[in-house]
Design a protein around this ligand. Structure first.
Ligand code: 13P
Length: 300
């Protein structure tokens, strides 16, 4: 393990590379990364970093976003099979057909989506800015793709008509209302913090709803000492590291995203050694997807 870490450090210097990791990554990968964050933070970092190579320790759509925003950089995804079933629940052709059915609607596209779908959308959003993005639009109707639970969450904050796509995250959907009730009984002092990809009844039963970055911020700033967490288990590593003395419990067993766990230190070393697998979004998809992502970055 120590040798691998040393090798990655040397390769990073040699390649002028930066390692960006999502909050769901395995603990050892988070510890090795130059930056750990949520989807929005990773997009911003990829665009702003002076590095020539970005190792995106996450899943494919995150590497695509980095490549779209920073085409001059080489973006490496340590395991090319790290996908996202939610992102795969939509493709560009299906979205084009839906647009024809709702010609007056703006298309808001959650970043958990393929680059081709972003290219067909008016604006992107992440779970940390979805409400602001929708509110920033002049349209009365919004076709919100591909996560129906995030669409439902957004609809609580706006008078606009939100037309949801029928995708969802298998991991977040594991949390049930009963899980929340049982966990509250077992830990009556604990605050319930969940991701907006959870089912609507779980979101309604929570004390706080936010992206992984917002959950981390809430826990840091809170005076409470115990928290029940409704998102992927990888976040517990940072929650515990940043909050000594506070206690964190997962709301349900099995909150694990198998795709996020495909990254390892060995695969990061191999990617830097061989400079592959590279994720590159070709033109003209890249330029069109970039417009949708940049509109989002301007909103916040
Ligand atoms: P955030 O880190 O932006 O909350 O998104 C996590 C994610 O991709 C959930 O599936």
């Amino acid at each position: 393990m120590e040798e691998l870490i040393k090798e990655i450090q040397e390769l990073k210097k040699k390649r002028r590379a930066v390692i960006l990791a999502h909050n769901y990554q395995p603990d050892a990968v988070q510890d090795m990364a130059d930056f750990v964050g949520d989807s929005l933070e990773l997009s911003r970092k990829a665009a702003a970093s002076p590095a020539e190579v970005v190792v995106l320790a996450g899943v494919r759509f995150m590497a695509e976003s980095a490549s779209i925003l920073a085409p001059e950089k080489t973006v490496l995804l340590p395991d090319i099979f790290a996908g996202c079933p939610l992102a795969d629940s939509i493709d560009a052709e299906a979205l084009r057909r839906a647009r024809e059915r709702y010609p007056d609607a703006a298309v808001v596209c959650y970043v958990n989506s393929p680059a081709e779908v972003k290219a067909e959308s008016d604006i992107c959003c992440t779970s940390s800015n979805a409400v602001q993005v929708v509110q920033s639009l002049p349209h009365r109707r919004v076709l919100f793709v591909p996560d129906r639970n995030l669409a439902h969450y957004v609809s609580r904050f706006t008078d606009k008509e939100i037309i949801p796509w029928e995708g969802s995250c298998l991991t977040h959907c594991r949390v049930t209302r009963e899980d929340v009730e049982e966990a509250r009984e077992a830990h009556p002092e604990a605050k319930v913090l969940v991701h907006p990809e959870c089912r609507p009844e779980v979101v309604e039963a929570a004390d706080f709803v936010g992206s992984t970055g917002q959950i981390l911020k809430y826990a840091r700033e809170s005076r409470d000492r115990e928290f029940l967490i409704g998102t992927e288990m990888g976040i517990i590593h940072r929650l515990e590291a940043e909050n000594p003395g506070k206690k964190f419990y997962l709301l349900s067993p099995g909150l694990i995203c198998p795709n996020m766990k495909l990254t390892s230190l060995a695969k990061i070393a191999q990617a830097l050694r061989e400079m592959k697998p590279v994720v590159r979004v070709p033109e003209p998809v890249r330029s069109r997807a970039r417009e949708a992502l940049e509109r989002m970055l301007k909103v916040g």
